[in-house]
Ligand binder design. Structure first.
Ligand SMILES: Cc1cc2nc3c(=O)[nH]c(=O)nc-3n(C[C@H](O)[C@H](O)[C@H](O)COP(=O)(O)OP(=O)(O)OC[C@H]3O[C@@H](n4cnc5c(N)ncnc54)[C@H](O)[C@@H]3O)c2cc1C
Length: 172
């Protein structure tokens, strides 16, 4: 009889141990990125590869789509420069440089990217300070404006048009 109790106790402990293993395993699955939805088996490691220098997207024929994309993108880019560090570290400077170079190949409007990529090769991103970066982008935007026969923006007023908002209290 005593032997039966010992075996039953051991069986219960083993059952609890195995169930808890499945329980914790399931919880960690729930928080992982569901690769199966992206039809990918595992994240690929591209760390040793060079990025493509080719323009990736095709021609964007729809004028309205091209203009909406342009306005939203300029807003994003000018806001990014307005909040870029005043005195960036070497790594931060490299991040901005790499980002803009990759952006010029990945911009979704292929013909725009072709022009912008040529321009960025001639006038590489200025990354030494917030002022340098925001003035550089303003100049690049003006070059696009010029080509599209749009008004030239006064770059001395860039800070008032795209405020940093860096010292404002959190309201959330
Ligand atoms: C990288 C890039 C390349 C593009 N290339 C092309 C192209 O080749 N062909 C094409 O048809 N379209 C191109 N576009 C889209 C085009 O630049 C416009 O965004 C689009 O035509 C809508 O113009 P918009 O008149 O509303 O003003 P946008 O040029 O979109 O500007 C939005 C607002 O930004 C402000 N602004 C204007 N100039 C400046 C400046 N220099 N600095 C800061 N703020 C400024 C103004 O308040 C303006 O209303 C490109 C967009 C991007 C982001």
């Amino acid at each position: 009889m005593r032997q039966f109790h010992v075996i039953a106790t051991l069986a219960i402990i083993a059952f609890m141990f195995i169930s808890s293993f499945f329980l914790f395993d399931k919880q960690s699955d729930d928080t992982s990125i569901p690769y199966e939805y992206a039809n990918a088996e595992a994240p690929e490691d591209f760390s040793g590869d060079n990025a493509s220098e080719e323009i990736i997207m095709s021609y964007m024929g729809n004028k309205t789509q091209k203009e909406e994309l342009g306005r939203a993108t300029w807003k994003f880019l000018h806001t990014m420069m307005a909040r870029y560090p005043e005195t960036p570290t070497r790594n931060e400077r490299k991040s901005l440089y790499d980002f803009m170079m990759l952006f010029s190949t990945l911009y979704p409007c292929g013909e725009c990217a072709t022009h912008f990529n040529k321009m960025i090769t001639e006038f590489p991103p200025q990354t030494s300070s917030r002022f340098a970066a925001s003035q550089w982008l303003c100049g690049m935007h003006n070059k696009v404006n010029e080509r599209l026969h749009k008004p030239i923006f006064d770059c001395s007023s860039i800070e008032s048009q795209y405020p940093c908002g860096c010292n404002e209290p959190e309201d959330e």
